[in-house]
Ligand binder design. Sequence first.
Ligand SMILES: [Zn+2]
Length: 358
Amino acid sequence: MQNNPSVVLRGTKDIVFENRPVPHLKDPHYVKIAIKETGICGSDFAYYATGACGSFKMEKPMVLGHESSGVITEVGSAVKTLKVGDRVACEPGVPSRYSYEYKSGHYNLCPYMAFAATPPYDGTLCRYYVLPEDFCVKLPDTVSFEEGALVEPLSVAVHANRRAEVHCGDRLLVMGAGPVGLFIAGVGRAFGAMKVIIVDRVQPRLEFAVKNGFATDYYNSDNKSTEDLAKYINQKWDGESPTVAIDATGAPVCIRTALQVICKGGRYVQVGNGKTTLDKFPIARISENEINVRGSFRYGVNDYETAVGLIATKKINVKPLITHRFSFEHAAEAYEFFTQHKAIKIIISGPSSLKSKL
Ligand SMILES: [Zn+2]
């Protein structure tokens, strides 16, 4: 009999391994995937550290993980695009096919979304996971399983750049140099932004961003006030303001600064989530200068495919972000290591690549 070892979060900082039932194909359009590599994301960590992420709270033990790649081990009778043995990146949120949001082309906003490792749904850190065939994107032979696991955060960056309509000739300001901010900068360059300045207060991250070609320049925000930060960031642009700003922090000072320095008629996109409301929002700057403000949430139509394509065509190199690797058996240590903020991206291997005793 097959088993399905799974990394289960029972409560705050309480990870156990459980042998969960092997999931069956719920529908003839579903496929079963043997999970190979999984990245740890800020949201997984929020559940680990606090039992909640934004407005979502854990009410029962939950399998962690939503950034995964794997191999197809079984296909439903109606599956046309995949076969056993195909290597895929797993898109972890499945919407209702009957919602207004789905029908209107914004399936990421579907209120009935079943998203991996978002209560009450279990995640992908297990041996077998099932998805509809159209939520698995094939990986070319040149794209590794580790790169496949990074397709999830890269898709967040693709979606943000699409929401911002970044195109050739843009000047892009990115607030935040965590994995998503780094990817937003890198995708911005791939989409044609000529100058990309990234802002954060962690100096090694900023140097990493420029050294690896994600940004053309950086500025260390170093706990400055909005006024000071806006002044110094303006100097970085040599009199030309950014045409696009994307915030990947949710930090009030970053949001206010970005809205302050962006050019008239510019595009501002909010990706980062911090507090639910914000004081001193520069509303007059927006109205008087026709600044376009948009939100960006997860990813939607063709974002996963585009992310795989950007990796396959070497328009972005995601590998340098992987700073630490742990085996499936050491998943609890991986989460504990995350608390030290030493890693950019941690990848957990397996369990399918291991001769696991679990
Ligand atoms: Zn993620």
